[in-house]
Every structure is written in C-alpha cells, then in structure tokens.
Write a protein that binds this ligand. Sequence first.
Ligand code: SAH
Length: 379
Amino acid sequence: MTALPAPPAGSLAEALARRIAVEGPISVAAFMAEALGHPRFGYYMKQDPFGAAGDFVTAPEVSQMFGELIGLWCADTWQRMGAPSPVRLVELGPGRGTLMADALRAAAVLAPFRAALRVHLVETSPALRERQRATLAGVDVAWHDRLEEVPDGPALVVANEFFDALPVRQIQRTPQGWSERLVDRAEDGGTGFRFVLEAFGSAGASLVPSTLRDAPPGSVIEVSPASQAVARVLAARLAAQGGAALLIDYGYVGPAVGDTLQAVRRHTHVPVLEAPGDADLTAHVDFAALAVAAQAAGAAAFGPVTQGALLERLGIAARAAALKRTATPRQAADVDAALARLIGTDQMGTLFKALALAAPGVGAPAGFEDQTHQQRTAP
Ligand code: SAH
C-alpha cells in the first residue's frame, strides 16, 4: 500500500505552521512577507482590500484631490528636471490605480508632459493588476514585479502606502541584551502562532542603532532591510539616469523605539499573528532610514514633511475651493470632509509624511524647499 501524498495546505496558517515545524521559528519579516505576499494565500495576492467595504481606506481613495496634486507635483518636477522626453512615470504599489488615474488627469493640463509620459506600475498582486487595468482603461500601461524591471531613462516615481507593507524585523531588549523576535507555532501545536525570542547571542542584535543600545528591557526596535534595499535601488537609478521620487506613508524619523506592527481587518485592529493572509499587516516607516539609504546610493533626500504641510504647499485649499464652486451642498460637504481627513492634524495630516528623493542637481522639489534631509548625529 502506498502512502497518500500530503494534502495541499488549505490555508496560509497551515502552510506557515508546516514551514515552522520544518525550519523552526521564523523572523517577523518572514511572517509578514508570507502574510502579505504568499502567491496563493497572501493578503494582497487574493483580493482587493481597499475602499469603504474593504479593510482600510488610503488617501487616493479619500479624495481625487490627493492624486491630482501629486500629478501636478510630477509635472512641476519634470520641468525642474529640464523636461526630458520620454520620461517614465512609475508607481510602486498602485492599489486600485486611483492615484495614477487622478494624477494623469491633472498632468494633462501640461500637454507636453502628458505626451512625454510612459506609465509603469510596479505591482506583485494579480488581483490588483486587474483592478488597475480597469481603472486605467485607455491608458498605455506597463506592469512590473520589481522596480529593477522598469526600463532605463529619467523617471518620476511615486509611492503611497507602499513601504509600510514591506517586511520589518523586530529586535527586543531583554535583561540579557538584544534578541530578535521570532514567530513560532502556538504551544498546543495547532495552526496558531506566538512570539518567541531568539536565544541569547541573536544576530539581530547587530541591527540595533548605537543610540538605542541602552534602551530599557522590553523595548522593541524595527528594521526593514527590504525597504532600505528598495530605497537604494531607487536612489541609484535616479542618480544615474535622472529623476525624482515622492514617497508618502505613515511613519517617523528614526532611530526610535517602538513596536508598530499592526493588523487591520474590516477597519478593526486584530492581533498581528491571528489571521495571516486575511488581515492587512503594516509597520510604520522609518523615513530617516530611507533617506540615509538613498543618500548613500547617490540621491539627494528632502524632508520628511508632514502630509498636511505638503498638500497645503501644493495648493489643496485652492483645489478644494475650485471643486466646491460647481458642487451641490452635499458634494461640498464631502470635499470639506475629505480635506479635513487628508490634512487634519488629528487625522492623516501629521502621522503621514512625505520624503522626496532626487538626482543631484534637480534641487528641492515643490513642497520641499529648505527641507534637505539632515542625518541626525548621535548625542
Ligand atoms: N498606493 C495604493 C495602495 C497601497 S497598499 C493606495 O494608496 O491606495 C500597497 C500596495 O503595494 C498594493 O497595491 C500591494 O499589492 C502592493 N505591494 C505590496 N508589496 C509589494 C511588493 N513587494 N512589490 C510590489 N508591490 C507590492
């Protein structure tokens, strides 16, 4: 009698439990990468998670003003670059394609810019590529799995809520020293998970910035090697071939202590290890780490500035007023609500920040005047 082959794993939790049974506990980064990007069960791979009915709402889904102002930022930056033609307009993690659609509509006011544009979307999710294809019907678009695959040439690169989806490692201070947090199977051996600490002597200890080495026991720091790698590739490209990038996300200016990993399902926070593949998993972005990685790869870095400050400098108040001129009272109230949501200090205005990168010589892009990124030195 021959043994039956093991049945295919029916869920991500099952696949992860098997992997851990074979390999031992995995890093938080590995867990996050699988939860979001597993080819079959990954959160982004199987569905469209956006919008009021989905798990969360991003700035481009709040209002068309967001993508429009970014389109105008691109047009203005293109002129500062000397108006190269063609120019690649690249978006990392475009979601539903809403930002790009709004940006292209706004960019059309500068006809030579619109004519010079070649649109490139970097997106790993087949479900979201389909969604982008529908949103951008009629636009000539090329899709890529990675930034490295975008053909050469001067580029304007936009990323909104992309870096927060890239995996982070977590290192925790214990009374014995710093130790990497790992994900193990629950003690009952089922398909549940729990955090454990790597034994003393953890390689993760080398990732702790010198300014934080003496943080009190219990402190957690996060490092995103994947985000820094993207920043380096992006910066090297801009430096060698010309262009600029606008990176918007929620985050902080590190180094800093803090466990920011969170899971959201249908607008509600859930425990981070509870529903891999069925909840969005994100971590706050360390903008200083991105800026430092980009500067080391040859690009200039500006900011970060808060999303509220950036959108105000780009003229969101005037745009809102223009939309309201032709609006019904109900629509006008919606514009006001969206404005408050995007720039309000109690909403997305302060927690969300924008970092700009540019080839040397382009100078500070609109909204980033006098905002050259200064690396903070150890006290
Ligand atoms: N920018 C959009 C979507 C943000 S969600 C908005 O603001 O609404 C994150 C997006 O990044 C999704 O489109 C997701 O599929 C994509 N993504 C996540 N990890 C990725 C990776 N490693 N490479 C390319 N795209 C990725």
